[in-house]
Every structure is written in structure tokens, then in C-alpha cells.
Design a protein around this ligand. Structure first.
Ligand code: URP
Ligand code: ZN
Ligand code: ZN
Ligand code: ZN
Length: 528
């Protein structure tokens, strides 16, 4: 039985609002190179009613179909950003990119789906928090989205709510925190039980891996010594504080045999630790127990020595885990993506304006943590990965889209150019360049940590659910509020639970959603 609060949210979601129903539902993308995570092929692509209907050459298509010439360009699955915090109430303020500006910026950069986090306070209900996010996001998002839910305490009621979220609310992933002591942090015993619950439900456990006890004690010491500026942030939590928590979470996951996704790996030490444990467990035939994500921020910049000349610049670069002062970090993390030791790149987009960051003047521990990235993630990965010669376009697709789709069980509806998949597509122009700047970006935030970076490769066309929303790298009026909708993420993703039956979800709505893969369903929900 679907709870009534949820029914009210679900009912309108299949029908696209009238003002968004367009006559341009037929689209042909010609002469491009179609890139999937496993291969590249010269192919044309025919889209109807938001779904990819044909792939090939010399196809017979209906008259009146709009054609896009993708010559010399790559036709790729739209990006999936597995990690955002839009309109997130955190550390005394609320992040300024909301579900409208954030998803609009995402699409402008080639991302066509985001996974955001509904994070409850320690005494808050998980389902109420989830509902709060659904109400914030539904009707506002410009592209599809899903939700991870935070586990910030442990009790029978938390466990029961996790079960309901998996079975009725379309959630398959839960993030717990080993940092943010007294706010979100859970202890080792709670982590063990949380992993057990995730395993039982077929969910993916996600961990923020930093040692919150060490951070708290170091912070007190640094402030007492008079180190109050933003430089204190990284000093309070150097690389090994991240690597220790990665190690601990991996060991717990292996003991419980629960799939674990380590979010925002920010240092070489943590990346190498995760790679070592992943390889170790794989050799002992526990395939795909561990997954790792790094961030556009970590690939695109680092904690440069001159950052601390101005509080404003330094504070704008503060996130947890921090950017590292070691300048080799971006390349080392990109190499771990190239070797498959890390699987995804998120943005952790959690933006605060200078005025909000100023909460931390005189005490670095009060700087609201978070940076931009939802808009620039694709171009940063292309620049630091493909242009730099470390990865090829198929790997680019894997780490910006396909791997996230597989881990969070959205594949092949998302994350692949294939017949039956959603027409969430980016036509990538490797010849167009762009200089990233806060002055020209789409995001609501007043700062850009990639300021001045020139990228050789941008989203030329972005197609969201079959609608051309970006054209010649410019946003069109078709990119509008409410174009996206909530997408359920079913439990037991095959990549993490290879021995489980494909669908274990009890909710019929899941199955309806999945049928879209095989059947043609138009926006009224009518099967053709
Ligand atoms: O600094 C960060 N990362 N802010 C967002 C919250 C989190 O831990 O992901
Ligand atoms: Zn985190
Ligand atoms: Zn400055
Ligand atoms: Zn985050």
C-alpha cells in the first residue's frame, strides 16, 4: 500500500504539464559518434516522445522530424551527477543553488540527472525529510532526479523507515557520516547495524569517510593556538584522517558483506587506500563490494598556496573532506578513475555565497562547507581527463554517467545510448572552448572555484527527455521548471548484488517505471 502523502506526489509525475508538451517530440541526431561506456560507433539516433527509438544508419523516419547535425561531435548519455546538495540547510545557512537553478546549471553543462541527499537531523524522521525534499524539488527540477537518504542516528524506527523508503519511496541508497561529530556522525556500532540493514534491503551504503573525533579535537587545539583562518580547515583533517575512515568503513563493509560507496574521495591517500581494499576483496572473490567517487573539485583544482591571501577566496574553497595542498592530487585521482579503482565523479555541489561563508570569519570550523561543480563537472572531467590524455571518451562516459546509473540501478534507462533508453543526451563538442567564470556561469552562487580554467570541450546540445534544451551551447526556453521528475531507484542493483534476482521491489510503481525500458509509454502513461 502506497501511503497517501506519497500518492499525492506520484499522481501527476507521469504527465508532462501542458505548457511543456511540444510538437517537437521527434528528433534525429545525425553524423555523430555515439559513445557508450564500452564502445564508440558512427551512428544516427532517432528520438520520439522522450525515448530513443532507433539507432543506425539510413533510417526511415517520419516527415517533419527535426534534425541535428552532430558531425565531428560525440553523442553521449547525459551526465549523471550522483552527489548534489541543492537548497540544503547546513551549518547555519541554506545552500543558494536550489532545485531550479541547480538543475538548470546542470543541464547547461551536459548533466541530465542528479542524485541529491535528503539528510535528517538526528531526531528527525527519515520519511518526513524525504517528503520535504520531494516537495522542494518536484515541479522545480529541470531534469530528472533521485534521492539518497542520510542516516544520522540509529534505532528500530530508523531501520523501519529505511525499509519503507526502499519498498515504497524509490530510495536504494543511504549515506552515513563518520565526520560532523555531534551533528551527523554515527559511531562504529551504529555503522555496523546500518550496513547490516542496507545489505538486508539490497541498498547501497554510502559513507562520508573522515574521522570526526580527530577533527573535533584538532579543531579545538588549532583554535586555541590562534589558527582561526580557513587554513585551519585542512590542518584539522589531513589526508590520513580521511584514509583512516576509508579503511575502517571498508573493513566494516567487508565484515558485513554490504556494498559500500565511498563518496567524495579527496586525497591520494584515501584513493589509494580504497583501491587497495577494493583489489584485496576482489581477489578474495567478493566482486564489486566497494565503489568510489571523487569530485570535480578534486580533479579541477587543489588547495593552492595563495588561496589564503584573502578570506573570501579561501572560504569559497572549503569543503569536507578538504581540497589538498599536494598539487599532484588532481592527476593522481584522475589516474585512479582511469584504472577503474574509482568509478564515478560527483560535484558535491553545495554552494554558499561570500556572505554566508563569512559565518566562519574568526573560526574556520564555522565556514559553511561546500563548493560549486554541478555545472562544470562534465567539462572539468573532459579537460583533466580526455584532453590531458589520461582517459578516452568511453571512459569519460563511464565515470560521468554509466557507472552511477549502474550503481544506483538506473541503467539502462539512464547512462546508455540504446533503443528504449531515456533520451537524456549530450552532444559534446570537443572543439568548442570556454573560460569558466562566476561572471558567466548559470549557477546562483557568486563564486566559482574553477575561475579562469579554459576547457576544451563543452555541451553543444543537451537533450532532456527528448527536448532540445541547450543549442550551440546556449540554454533555450524549452529548459523549464518541472521538465524533470523524481525517478525511483530500485533496490538490488545487479552491479552490487550480482546474486540477487533482478527486481525485488514490492512496489508496483517500480515495475511500471521499469517497463518504460521495453514498452513505449507516452507522457500520459498510455502504452502504445
Ligand atoms: O563540504 C561538503 N562536502 N558539504 C556537503 C556535505 C557533505 O558532507 O557532503
Ligand atoms: Zn559528505
Ligand atoms: Zn582575492
Ligand atoms: Zn556531499
Amino acid at each position: 500500500t502506497v501511503p497517501s502523502d506519497l500518492k499525492s506526489l506520484m499522481a501527476p509525475s507521469k504527465k508532462l504539464p501542458f505548457h511543456l508538451q511540444s510538437s517537437h517530440t521527434r528528433l534525429l541526431i545525425k553524423n555523430g559518434t555515439v559513445v557508450n561506456a564500452d564502445k564508440m560507433e558512427e551512428m544516427d539516433l532517432y528520438i520520439e516522445d522522450g525515448i530513443i527509438k532507433q539507432l543506425g544508419r539510413n533510417m526511415i523516419i517520419p516527415g517533419g522530424t527535426r534534425t541535428i547535425d552532430a558531425k565531428s561531435m560525440y553523442v553521449m548519455p547525459g551526465g549523471i551527477d550522483p552527489h548534489t546538495h541543492l537548497e540544503f540547510e547546513f551549518m547555519g545557512d541554506k545552500s543558494v543553488d536550489d532545485f531550479y537553478t541547480g538543475t538548470r546549471a546542470a543541464v547547461s553543462g551536459g548533466t541530465t540527472m542528479i542524485l541529491d541527499f535528503a539528510i535528517p537531523k538526528k531526531d528527525e524522521s527519515l520519511i518526513n525529510t524525504y517528503m520535504k525534499y520531494r516537495k522542494l524539488a518536484d515541479g522545480k527540477v529541470c531534469c530528472d532526479y533521485g534521492l539518497h537518504v542520510g542516516i544520522t542516528s540509529w534505532s528500530d524506527s530508523v531501520k523501519n523507515e529505511m525499509s519503507d523508503l526502499c519498498k515504497m519511496y524509490g530510495v536504494n541508497s543511504f549515506k552515513f557520516f563518520l565526520a560532523y561529530k555531534d551533528l551527523y556522525m554515527i559511531n562504529d556500532e551504529e555503522m555496523y547495524h546500518c550496513l547490516e540493514a542496507c545489505k538486508e534491503l539490497g541498498a547501497v551504503a554510502m559513507v562520508h569517510a573522515e574521522n570526526g573525533t580527530i577533527i573535533k579535537e584538532n579543531t579545538k587545539k588549532l583554535l586555541k593556538e590562534g589558527i582561526t583562518g580557513p587554513e585551519g580547515h585542512e590542518l584539522s583533517r589531513p589526508e590520513e584522517v580521511e584514509a583512516e575512515a576509508v579503511f575502517r568503513a571498508c573493513v566494516f563493509a567487508n565484515q558485513v558483506k554490504c556494498p559500500l560507496y565511498v563518496v567524495h574521495v579527496m586525497s591520494s591517500s584515501a584513493g589509494k587506500m580504497l583501491a587497495q581494499k577494493r583489489r584485496e576483496y576482489q581477489q578474495r572473490s567478493v566482486p564489486h563490494l566497494l565503489f568510489g567517487e571523487t569530485l570535480a573539485a578534486a580533479l579541477g583544482t587543489y588547495w593552492k598556496p595563495n588561496i589564503c591571501l584573502h578570506f573570501e577566496d579561501a572560504a569559497a574553497h572549503v569543503l569536507g573532506p578538504p581540497l589538498r595542498p599536494d598539487p599532484s592530487t588532481p592527476t593522481e585521482l584522475m589516474k585512479l578513475l582511469a584504472t577503474g579503482d574509482l568509478q564515478t565523479v560527483g560535484s558535491d555541489n553545495c554552494t554558499f555565497n561570500a556572505k554566508q561563508k563569512a559565518l566562519g570569519i574568526g573560526d574556520f570550523s564555522k565556514i559553511p562547507n561546500g563548493v560549486n561543480g554541478v555545472e562544470d563537472r562534465m567539462s572539468i572531467v573532459w579537460e583533466k581527463g580526455v584532453t590531458a590524455g589520461i582517459i578516452d571518451p568511453t571512459q569519460f562516459v563511464a565515470i560521468t554517467s554509466t557507472n552511477a546509473a549502474k550503481i544506483f540501478n538506473l541503467y539502462p534507462k539512464k547512462g546508455r545510448i540504446a533503443v528504449g533508453s531515456d533520451a537524456d543526451i549530450v552532444v559534446w563538442n570537443p572543439k568548442r572552448t570556454k573560460k569558466i567564470s562566476a561572471k558567466t556561469h548559470q549557477q546562483a552562487v557568486d563564486y566559482n572555484i574553477f575561475e579562469g580554467t579554459v576547457v576544451h570541450g563543452v555541451a553543444e546540445y543537451v537533450i532532456v527527455k527528448g527536448r532540445v534544451c541547450v543549442e550551440e551551447a546556449e540554454i533555450k526556453a524549452s529548459l523549464s521548471r518541472g521538465l524533470g521528475e523524481f525517478v525511483q531507484t530500485p533496490v538490488f542493483p545487479a552491479i552490487a548484488y550480482p546474486d540477487a534476482a533482478p527486481i525485488k521491489a514490492e512496489n508496483k510503481d517500480f515495475e511500471d517505471e521499469l517497463l518504460i525500458l521495453d514498452d513505449e509509454i507516452d507522457f500520459d502513461g498510455v502504452t502504445n
